[in-house]
Write a protein that binds this ligand. Structure first.
Ligand SMILES: Cc1cc2nc3c(=O)[nH]c(=O)nc-3n(C[C@H](O)[C@H](O)[C@H](O)COP(=O)(O)OP(=O)(O)OC[C@H]3O[C@@H](n4cnc5c(N)ncnc54)[C@H](O)[C@@H]3O)c2cc1C
Ligand code: FES
Ligand code: FES
Length: 1376
């Protein structure tokens, strides 16, 4: 049969020297550009469109997504898909149209309904991820329109709920916890149940479905469709290829042209060439090489064609992974009963977990295979294709060659001039042998990947694909032939497990055979030395093979009805194959997404508009991308860009810095270090109340990651590349070894002092408490690791020299006031010479408090020295290396308790790893204890040491110390319960505080007895989460499922916060509009929104017409340290309330000043409205500016926050994967100032806590240098890892006299509640261990008193469930 050409890329008709494309409908023609320029860089530096954000530069976060539209001449239509602009090379978009979020809509032309719905569903906090999210959704909407489905109701689209959620799987958000984003997306789906959509500002409870739809910002696909400009449309018939010597970019149209380009004289003379398709490979390999020629392979028909014939699919190597998936799925749709098509479908399904949609849209199949072949990339695709016996065509010189994939992979790494032309995926059919005694035969195919994120955007620990040709005989299932491919497990390339294949071929499956096969596979799949989690990866190979074959093995225990396979009642081949082919049956499909969520908020109108869930200030411009972050401020003329050279040694003398060549690298202007501190200045980079930290290492570097010098270059890229190329000469002779662990710090007595007023007080008499105990647990150790902030916007600053030795610094910082004085001290100038401006911060979480200071100070120093503006936007790697992050610690505890579970005494020895400088670490002991005291320990004593080590100083991260303290408290309770064989929940309950014990432990912070709401929350949560019923259901589930175990846990929290002083300033302008300045910084936490509400409320007490609607008249403006001083830190969850209180004080003064005038006016006219009052006040010279400094009373400075959460998880014993089935939270916000904002804080903090407890490993090497330094190695939660059911109640606990309008904090405490997920995981593992023991396994420790590490990643969970669980189980079946 002649091959059917399914799709080709455009055939070139003409060539052009200049690059032409459109952005948001605007035409761009570029004559000359560096071909390594990315689309992101171009957009951000040469267009006004700043909505594309740089979150990672690796394809791993989605902040930079744009929609690319291009004409397909074969399909004769314009295709639209998302791409990551950070990896796409500008020359590759020739002839395309780019749409960014501003292009969808904006503040001038009107926002797009996507923007409006993101705002209205409260789905944008810091806003840095929001434009990318919007583009992902927009692309899904545009493509849904292509479907042949019936027209949806007005306001909705053809998108389904699951497509809507899937649209954002590759996008990271660190603030919201994803639930509101999912709701905003789902609000467009035609099949959405309006009742399922979460809390929003569009409708009120009780509105009918119709009313709800009508209140959504209207969406019409035609009106809000994608723009593909006329000038590009006119050109579609004459596709113009960019072939530009000037740009060093070539797009050959034929193989011959390619050959002549590859082998022309120009290229032969040592010219560096790069073959390029999607360029996504640079997301991993961070290409810093400069190439002389780029050859774009996408326009050569052989490389871009998709052909299908009887033998299978032939995909051109440049075909995108998305197109491969599409074609394979289409094929399956055409004939779903063929075994071979089932294989195609399963390959496609697996490929959908490769990277994320916006990467797959431009990433090519060939690029993936070449990366695997040449660079040993951990590819999924090679493993899949290896299992099905694919082959590839390659072109070397003029020689075409077709080789099997196996052979291709076994060759030495490809030379850069060898071209992969196409990939053949065979159509597979079972061998039909007429002579065979078998009645029938069939194909079984399955593929596997175990990764931190179920839906992709995470490389797997191990992937595998298995193909078996099986037939049925009287004894069972006979394996005629089997192909087992494994990859990505720490081996150079994907491999076939030949020994296992040979062993299985010709065998009738039985438990005994399988037992031998898993033994063989375990010894075949062995990672290379140095691979992390090696034993885990090998155990996964066993799990996969077991999953694949077990249900077909004879004489099995058919009672198994769970796990990765289904019950097989008898060995009926047809049925077996059918099941293997049918997704719904071959695997128990777990919901991967949020399946339901419920938010309960009670608001109060007592202080209207305080208490209203008004939309977050600025959220629409955040969505459209118009909101200005520091890096969006256009560079002033002559601006330089900085990058740090960081130490890689923990303690060494720095002898010098050099580069490979004698001259400075390309584009570099200067390198500065501590030697460049001006006379009178000091080498300081940050300060806290505990002291200063140096800006640069002096002659000695004291931790890996410490800045040694600062490179200044013409562009950020030049600066970054030069900083990475720098060679630092270290000398460690005669220097003591560094201190890298807390134990070493103890040995060498290396500690920071904790001021006595900060050292927490012991409670009761420990010795007496122990004497009262019936049982004791002695000296048990708990270790906790660090966590990285992962704000989406990395550290950034811009310093602009001003007249008379002054300097203006724009910084993304949580405490501009401190930065201000650090810079003045560093430069040796008076503080009035410095002005620090901060408008908004793209996520902080504590990481932009102290750690933002050296970044901005380095810019200021360079700007001062070079008399030029200097800016910096840290790349993700440097940010991760320098950040420090959460404090790791080691806790050893001794606890005494009664037989009924009541704890009588607890002693803790806590060693905190603080790093090299105090930062805020001396405050850690009181933070830890503040949360640990949530239970009544009887007597509590401790010894806490803040250890000075050679690590970057650890800093505050959301709930610093509190999250660890709260966790340790529960670890103690869990241990006590295990020892007593009691239910953990009842031990918790028994030790919850009474109001009296609360007072004893917390003193005045406990407040009035009525404010102690935890017992009420505890009981209420049990009811609302059906806790008791679910315990019974889980017990039943665990009894009937071997390979999946569930656990549930309820956890309380008590979180103490401190209210700090705060300044405010309110000015009323002529037109009645109001400008507010506060010390607090808008980090995404909604501070500005609450401040606006407070301003409106407090001014409305003047009670004139129109004053009840003042919110719209209020604008909170950027913080400016010369305009409003004493801004302090935005930290500790209370800055919103103190900023509000400061503003209230200002407003009270203004109202007092306005009141006589109002009275006077009222006497003159019947009607005094706000505008008239203010106009008259201006005319009559009433002072309409008021500033204040709120200082809380000492009796109300500290208070307690309460909440509780119930989480239920399911652990897959075969892989170690944990899925959070449901979380229910009740959190007391007092009388919330804005329930939508507080709800966002609760959910966001909880999900960030899930990251800490379950996912995020902030690893360092043996020298303390961070090695989890990218989106590849550091995995924050994504939409597929949050609870599938997520219910939150914002409790309104009424009046709190000493609080600001009865409100309470919400920013940090809910993060602690995420330990409920960890505890539930521990409960599930406990069940798994019980079972393992019943199979005869000897456990390391008992089945119940084990410790579960934080984070409880897949390898950790699997290890506790038993790396040999499969072997044990098979043995148990074989042993009579
Ligand atoms: C964030 C992210 C996550 C990812 N996750 C996964 C994953 O989970 N599993 C997985 O398997 N892969 C994953 N990948 C890899 C991805 O599949 C590859 O990056 C992609 O397929 C490469 O295709 P490309 O067209 O972008 O190649 P390019 O980046 O353009 O090229 C890659 C390399 O191959 C060379 N090359 C390209 N085409 C040819 C050719 N035809 N002949 C000769 N040389 C050629 C180039 O010169 C270059 O050296 C991920 C990538 C990213 C960015
Ligand atoms: S910046 Fe492009 S994906 Fe992160
Ligand atoms: S709102 Fe998503 S990262 Fe901040």
């Amino acid at each position: 049969m002649e091959a059917e050409m399914i799709c080709t890329e455009p055939r070139p008709l003409s060539r052009n020297e200049s690059l032409v494309f459109a952005v948001n409908g605007e035409r761009f023609e570029i004559q000359n550009i560096d071909p390594s320029t990315t689309l992101l860089h171009f957009l951000r530096s040469q267009t006004p469109f700043k909505s594309v954000k740089l979150g990672c530069g690796e394809g791993g976060c989605g902040a930079c997504i744009v929609l690319l539209s291009k004409y397909d001449p074969v399909l004769k239509k314009v295709e639209h898909f998302t791409i990551s602009s950070c990896l796409t090379l500008i020359c590759s978009i020739n002839g395309c149209s780019i749409t960014t979020s501003e292009g969808l809509g904006n503040s001038k032309d009107g926002f797009h309904p996507i923007h409006q719905r993101f705002a209205g569903f409260h789905a944008s906090q810091c806003g840095f991820c929001t434009p990318g999210m919007c583009m992902s959704l927009f692309s899904a909407l545009v493509n849904a329109e292509e479907k042949q489905s019936p027209e949806p109701s007005p306001g909705l689209s053809k998108l389904t709920v699951s497509e809507a959620e899937k649209a954002i799987t590759g996008n990271l958000c660190r603030c919201t916890g994803y639930r509101p984003i999912a709701d905003a997306c789902k609000s467009f789906a035609y099949d959405v149940d309006m009742e399922d959509l979460g809390f929003n500002s569009f409708w009120r409870k009780g509105d009918t479905k119709e009313v709800k739809v009508s209140r959504l910002p209207s969406y019409s696909p035609k009106e809000h469709s994608c723009m593909y400009p006329r000038f590009l449309k006119d050109n579609v018939k004459s596709v113009i290829l960019l072939n530009s010597r000037r740009n060093s970019w070539y797009a050959p149209a034929t193989i011959q042209e390619l050959l002549s380009l590859l082998h022309s004289d120009v290229v032969q003379n040592g010219t560096k060439i790069k073959l390029v398709v999607g360029n996504t490979g640079t997301g991993y390999y961070k290409d810093t090489e400069i190439y002389d020629k780029y050859i774009d392979l996408r326009y050569i028909p052989d490389l871009s064609a998709v052909r299908r014939d009887n033998s299978g699919f032939e995909f051109g190597a440049a075909v995108s992974i998305s197109k491969v998936i599409f074609n394979l799925k289409e094929e399956q749709k055409l004939n779903s009963c063929l075994d071979g098509n089932m294989v195609f479908k399963k390959i496609a399904d697996h490929m959908e977990k490769v990277a994320s949609g916006f990467i797959r849209n431009s990433a090519s199949l060939g690029g993936n295979l070449v990366m695997a072949q040449r660079n040993y990339f951990a590819s999924d695709i090679t493993t899949l294709l290896l299992a099905v016996g694919s082959s590839v065509s390659i072109l070397e010189g003029h020689k075409h060659e077709k080789v099997t994939l196996q052979e291709f992979l076994s060759r030495p790494p490809l030379d850069s001039r060898i071209v992969l032309i196409s990939v053949h995926i065979p159509f597979l059919e079972p061998i039909r042998n007429n002579d065979s005694v078998e009645t029938s035969s069939g194909l079984l195919f399955e593929s596997y990947r175990a990764a931190a994120r179920p839906l992709g955007n995470a490389l797997p620990y191990l992937n595998a694909a298995f193909l078996a040709d099986v037939s049925c005989n009287k004894n069972g299932v006979l394996v005629n032939n089997i192909q087992l491919a494994f990859g990505a497990y720490g081996t150079r390339r994907a491999t076939r497990a030949r020994e296992v294949e040979e062993y299985l071929a010709g065998k009738t499956l039985s438990v005994g055979i399988l037992n031998k096969a898993v033994e063989l596979v375990k010894s075949s799949v062995i990672p290379e030395d140095g691979t992390s989690h090696a034993a885990y990866r090998s155990s996964l190979a066993v799990s996969y093979l077991f999953s694949f074959l077990f249900s077909f093995s004879n004489s099995v225990d058919y009672a198994i009805s769970d796990g990765p396979f289904d019950k097989t009642d008898g060995i009926l081949l047809e049925e077996a194959c059918k099941r293997n082919n049918d997704d719904d049956h071959s695997q128990i499909v777990q919901p991967t997404f949020l399946s339901s969520a419920n938010q309960v908020v009670e608001s109060s109108r007592e202080y209207y508009p305080i208490g209203e869930s008004i939309i977050k200030s600025g959220s629409a411009i955040q969505a459209s991308g118009e909101a200005v972050y520091v890096d969006d401020i256009p560079s002033p003329p002559n601006c330089l860009h900085g990058a740090f050279i960081n130490s890689t040694k923990p303690l060494a003398r720095v002898k010098g810095i050099s580069f490979e060549s004698d001259s400075l690298p390309n584009g570099v202007t200067a390198i500065i270090s501590f030697k460049d501190i001006p006379e009178g200045g000091e080498n300081v980079g940050s300060k806290t109340v505990f002291g200063f930290e140096p800006l640069f290492a002096d002659d000695l570097t004291r931790c890996a990651g410490e800045p040694i010098a600062f490179v200044l270059a013409e562009t950020q890229k030049y600066a970054d590349v030069a900083a990475k190329m720098a060679l630092v000469d270290y000398d460690t002779k005669t220097i003591d070894p560094p201190i890298l662990t807390v134990d070493e710090a103890v040995d060498r007595a290396s500690f920071f002092d904790v001021p006595p007023f900060l050292y927490p007080e012991k409670v009761g008499d420990f010795v007496k408490g122990m004497a009262e105990a019936d049982h004791k647990i002695l000296s048990t150790e708990v270790k906790l690791n660090s966590q990285y902030y992962f704000y989406m916007e990395t550290q950034t600053a811009l310093a602009i020299p001003d007249e008379d030795n002054c300097m203006v610094i724009y910084s993304s910082i949580q405490c501009p006031e401190f930065l201000h004085s650090v810079i003045a001290k560093c430069l040796g100038v008076p503080e009035h010479n410095i002005r620090v401006i901060t408008r908004r911060v793209g996520g902080g979480f504590g990481g932009k408090a102290i750690k933002a200071m050296p970044v901005a100070t380095a810019c200021a120093l360079a700007a001062y020295k070079l008399c030029r503006p200097v800016r910096i936007y840290l790349d993700r790697k440097t940010d991760m290396i320098m950040a420090g992050g959460r404090h790791p610690m080691k806790i050893t505890y001794t606890v005494g308790f009664k037989s009924n579970g009541k704890i009588t005494a607890l002693h803790l020895d806590i060693l905190i790893n603080a790093g090299i400088k105090p930062d805020i670490s001396p405050a850690m002991p009181s933070n830890i204890l503040g949360a640990l005291k949530k239970y009544d320990w009887g007597a509590l004593s401790f010894d806490i040491k803040v250890c000075k080590t050679n690590h970057p100083s650890k800093s505050a991260m959301r709930a610093p110390g509190e999250v660890q303290g709260s966790f340790v408290a529960d670890a103690v309770i869990e241990n006590v319960a295990s020892v007593l064989s009691m239910g953990v929940d009842s031990v918790r309950k028994r030790n919850l505080h009474t109001y009296e014990s609360l007072n004893l432990f917390y003193g005045s912070a406990a407040g009035d007895s009525i404010e102690y709401t935890l017992p009420t929350i505890w009981d209420k949560l049990a009811r609302s989460s059906s806790y008791v019923d679910r315990i019974a259901m889980i017990e039943q589930f665990n009894g009937s499922h071997k390979w999946r175990k569930r656990g549930i846990s309820r956890v309380p929290i008590v979180h103490e916060v401190l209210v700090r002083p705060a300044p405010g300033k309110v000015s009323i302008l002529w037109d009645g509009s109001i400008v507010v300045e506060v010390g607090g910084i808008e980090l995404g936490q909604g501070l500005w929104t609450k401040v606006k509400q407070m301003t409106a409320y407090a001014l409305s007490t003047i009670q004139c017409d129109g004053s009840e609607n003042l919110v719209e008249k209020v604008r909170v403006i950027q913080s400016d340290t010369l305009s409003l001083i004493q801004g302090g830190f935005t930290a500790g969850s209370t800055t919103s309330e103190s900023s509000c209180e400061a503003v209230r004080l200002c407003c009270n003064v203004l109202v007092e000043r306005l009141a006589p005038l109002k009275k006077q006016l009222q006497e003159q006219m019947d009607f005094v409205n706000w505008d008239i009052l203010i106009l008259q006040a201006h005319l009559q010279a009433v002072n309409l500016v008021s500033s204040s400094y709120y200082v809380p009373e000492s009796s109300s400075i500290r208070y307690l926050n309460y909440g509780a959460a119930v989480s239920e998880v399911e652990v897959n014993i075969l892989t170690g994967e944990t899925r959070i089935l449901r979380s229910d939270i009740i959190y007391d916000c007092g009388q919330s100032m804005n329930p939508a904002v507080d709800l966002g804080q609760i959910e966001g903090a909880f999900v960030q806590g899930i990251g800490f407890f379950m996912l995020e490993e902030y690893l360092t090497n043996t020298e303390g240098l961070v090695i989890a330094d990218s989106t590849w190695t550091y995995k924050i939660p994504t939409i597929d890892t949050i609870p599938k059911q997520f219910n939150v109640e914002v409790l309104n606990s009424g009046c709190h006299k000493k609080r600001v309008l009865s409100s309470k904090a919400s920013g940090e405490p809910p993060l602690l509640l995420a330990s409920s997920v960890h505890c539930a995981t521990r409960a599930a593992i406990k069940e798994a261990r019980k079972q393992l023991k019943s199979w005869g396994s000897v456990l390391d420790g008992s089945d119940s008193t084990f410790q579960l590490e934080v984070p409880a990643t897949m390898p950790v969970v699997k290890k506790l469930c038993g790396l040999d669980t499969v072997e044990r189980y098979l043995q148990s079946l074989l042993t009579p």
